[in-house]
Every structure is written in structure tokens, then in C-alpha cells.
Design a protein around this ligand. Structure first.
Ligand code: NDP
Length: 392
């Protein structure tokens, strides 16, 4: 069985759909009031649509054939109904040839970083999906927009506010759409958690705890650039703390008003010469919700959050895995598992953007969403450096 990234902690071949709608399983003896709240609810999952024929699907060029692009995104086109892989852009010709062969991309649709502008003349490609090291997102987004293509760009959107603003500006100037690949916002367990948190099931929201950790392994190509500030922009916060931060924002539907932070890197560990190992940050939201978040490159496989209300607590653990999720609700009487029709979050995200492109809609996670997180992450670094509470 193929292993995904260490951070994924799950396998594609374990992926399966577990029935339609939401099913409250009988794992606990929770009272009927909770059962009722956790019961199947219509309307969360979009109705199954007929897949479009290939000629009507939105064509994507993937820029950067790294771990995430080749292990998660490219295979997920098979589960899309509105999107298809139409081209690849890579600096590694053998890899580009292999991927093109495996996924039926024509020879003429293989590009490198110098020839990328030729995509302008490829009518099969409407979207360029930038899956490169963070600091390169600016250049490739701007180049894509300037040749008239819509852009899907990975998180973190950029490494500076100026870069992110330029990306938004250039796409707007070219009349092209820009979306950031916040896959969790298309993932059914996270969508159910948002519904429960914002819909009142938990009572008045009081606190959120969100943690993300993995160990940085410099033996892996994907972690070499992540240890370099110039390419990554930062450490565990930029890479995985962004999941904790984004979750607090989508679970509350609010923007934080102030924040505090502290960070620590093991002295002498060469992995953390340029980027931080561990960072803790606290956010205060206008409604009074307090969020405690952590991110670390020094501990294993953590990707979870808990939301505490005055009636009930919600836990999603794992929350931001590629394929595994476990949602539980707890109240005075006990704990209950909630199961949700899984769906493939990558395919859902791709099809959402394709729908926006085809029907001229604004994406749910546009460039502005990436810019908000980026400004907050830079403020978190500032708070950690100065030890001050920052109003944001
Ligand atoms: P990888 O290192 O595995 O892949 C990056 C690819 O970019 C390389 O394989 C290479 O592809 C290309 N590249 C071009 N220039 C450089 C360079 N100077 N140094 C290194 N690579 C270069 O990284 P990931 O796939 O893990 O991450 C890529 C992006 O995707 C990041 O922004 C990351 O944050 C994001 N990501 C998002 C995830 C999510 O869940 N949303 C999960 C994982 C990553 P080639 O050989 O084809 O030129």
C-alpha cells in the first residue's frame, strides 16, 4: 500500500465512502437530545451531480510535481465531475514524462518553468494550479494570470503581505479568478463541525483548542525547502499552524481581535536554524471565544481541534488529515461519534473552483482568505517576538 506524506497519516487506498448523509452511530449512551442533534440532516451534502463529459470539464495545469501534487491532487481528478488534468509544468523532465504517461497527459501538454507561458496557446487549460514552495507562489500566480488563466494556489498563499496583495491585484487586473487551496473548507467532517459550532448545537461557544504537529525530516525533499526561510516564509506556523488558525476562523465565522504568542526551537538543532520549531498562539474573538492553538515541527502526527460550548463539546481528531476524520460530541451524559459521508476533499475543492470558473462565481476561499491568514500569521510572529498582546 502506498504511504502518503508522513503528515497525511493515512492511505488513499483506505479511502472509502460510508453511505449518504450523516449518521449518528450508536457508540455511546448519549441521551436522545444529542441523538436528535447528531441525526441525519438533509442539505449538508450537495446532491450528486452527473459528471461532465471530459470535453466540458475545466482543464488544469499542475505547476510543481512534488509530494502533494502527485500523491493527492493529481490522483483526485479521477473523482472529479467537473475538472480534469490537462497539462503539467515541472523542472524535472523524467518525472513530468512519467506523470504524463500515467495520467494520459499529451506530450504537447508537458511544460517546464521557462516554457510555461506557452500554456497561453493551450485552450484545454483554463486553470493553473500552483503547488510550489511557498515563496514561489507569487511569481507563478502572476505569470499564470498574465497569460489569461485562472489560478488555484496552495496555502500559505505567499510569504509576505505585499506578495499576496500583488497576487490578488494581478488576477483582478487580468479578470481571472484566484482561489487558495484550503481543502479543509471543502471536507465534509469540517463542514459538519462548522454547522454544529455555528448552528447552536454546542450552545454558546466559549473556547477552541487546535493543534497541528509533525516532525520535520530533512532527508525528505519536501522538507528541505521547508527548513529555509527564504522559500518557506516561516516554520511550523506557516506550514501547519495555518490549519489551526484557519479552523478557528471558519468554526466561529469571526475574525480575531487580539492575539498573543510564544515560540521555541531546540537550540543547536540545524532543522530550526532558520524557521521555528514550535509556536503557541492565543486568539480572542469578538464574541468572547478564546482559542489556544499550537503548531510544531517537533512532535508527531497531531491534527485536531476541540470546540467547547456551554452545552456541549465537539472534537474532530483527526481534523485535517487527508482521509481520516473522527468527530465526537460530548455532553454531561456522555460521548457520541458522528459519521459523515466522507467525499474526497481534493476533488470537491477542484470541482468547486471549476464551477466558479464555468459559472463566473466567486470562490469560497479566494485570495482575500489567504491574505487574512497571512496577515494574522505575521502578527503571530510579531507577538511571539515582542511578547506583546497585539490588537488585530
Ligand atoms: P514538495 O517539495 O514535495 O514539492 C514542491 C515541488 O515544487 C518540487 O517537487 C518541484 O517540482 C517544484 N519546485 C520548483 N522549484 C523548487 C525549489 N526551488 N525547491 C523545491 N521544489 C521546487 O512540496 P509539497 O508538495 O509538500 O508542497 C508544495 C506546496 O503545497 C506548498 O506550498 C505547501 O504548503 C502546499 N501543500 C499543501 C497541502 C495541503 O494540504 N493543502 C499539503 C502539502 C503541501 P518539479 O520537480 O516538478 O519541478
Amino acid at each position: 500500500m502506498k504511504r502518503d506524506t508522513p503528515y497525511a497519516g493515512s492511505r488513499r487506498d483506505l479511502f472509502r465512502t460510508v453511505g449518504a448523509g450523516i449518521v449518528a452511530t450508536g457508540l455511546s449512551t448519549l441521551p436522545t437530545n444529542l441523538s436528535a442533534q447528531g441525526a441525519p440532516q438533509d442539505g449538508l451534502m450537495p446532491p450528486k451531480e452527473r459528471p461532465l463529459p471530459p470535453s466540458e470539464r475545466v482543464g488544469y495545469a499542475i505547476v510543481g510535481l512534488g509530494e502533494y501534487g502527485t500523491q493527492q491532487i493529481i490522483p483526485s481528478f479521477a473523482e472529479c465531475g467537473k475538472s480534469r488534468l490537462a497539462a503539467v509544468v515541472s523542472g524535472t523532465p523524467e518525472k513530468a514524462q512519467r506523470i504524463a504517461r500515467e495520467y494520459g497527459v499529451p506530450q504537447a501538454a508537458i511544460y517546464d518553468y521557462k516554457t510555461m507561458e506557452r500554456l497561453k496557446d493551450n485552450p484545454d487549460v483554463q486553470v493553473i494550479y500552483v503547488i510550489l514552495p511557498n515563496a514561489l507562489h507569487l511569481e507563478y500566480t502572476v505569470r499564470a494570470a498574465r497569460i489569461g488563466k485562472h489560478v488555484l494556489c496552495e496555502k500559505p498563499m505567499a510569504t509576505s503581505v505585499k506578495d499576496a496583495e500583488t497576487m490578488i491585484h494581478e488576477c483582478a487586473k487580468a479578470g481571472r479568478k484566484l482561489m487558495i487551496g484550503y481543502r479543509a473548507q471543502y471536507e465534509p467532517y469540517n463542514l459538519k463541525s462548522i454547522e454544529l459550532a455555528r448552528g447552536g448545537t454546542l450552545g454558546k461557544l466559549k473556547s477552541i483548542v487546535a493543534d497541528h504537529g509533525r516532525t520535520l525530516n530533512p532527508a525528505e525533499p519536501r522538507d528541505i525547502w521547508r527548513a529555509k526561510k527564504a522559500l518557506a516564509g516561516g516554520g511550523s506556523l506557516m506550514d501547519i499552524g495555518i490549519y489551526s488558525l484557519n479552523a478557528c476562523r471558519y468554526l466561529t465565522g469571526e475574525e480575531p481581535v487580539s492575539l498573543q504568542a510564544t515560540q521555541y526551537s531546540t537550540p543547536g538543532d540545524p532543522r530550526f536554524a532558520e524557521v521555528e520549531e514550535t509556536i503557541h498562539f492565543m486568539l480572542r474573538f469578538p464574541s468572547g471565544v478564546l482559542a489556544n492553538c499550537t503548531a510544531s515541527y517537533g512532535w508527531q502526527e497531531t491534527k485536531r481541534y476541540q470546540v467547547f460550548g456551554d452545552k456541549m463539546a465537539l472534537e474532530l481528531d483527526p481534523a485535517t488529515d487527508y482521509y481520516e476524520h473522527r468527530l465526537t460530541l460530548t455532553d454531561k451524559q456522555g460521548r457520541k461519534d458522528i459519521q459523515v459521508d466522507k467525499g474526497n476533499q481534493f476533488a470537491r475543492m477542484l470541482d468547486h473552483f471549476s464551477d466558479c470558473v464555468k459559472n463566473n462565481k466567486t470562490p469560497k476561499t479566494p485570495g482575500e482568505e489567504g491574505l487574512r491568514d497571512l496577515k494574522l500569521m505575521l502578527a503571530i510572529y510579531e507577538a511571539a517576538k515582542t511578547g506583546r498582546t497585539l490588537r488585530v
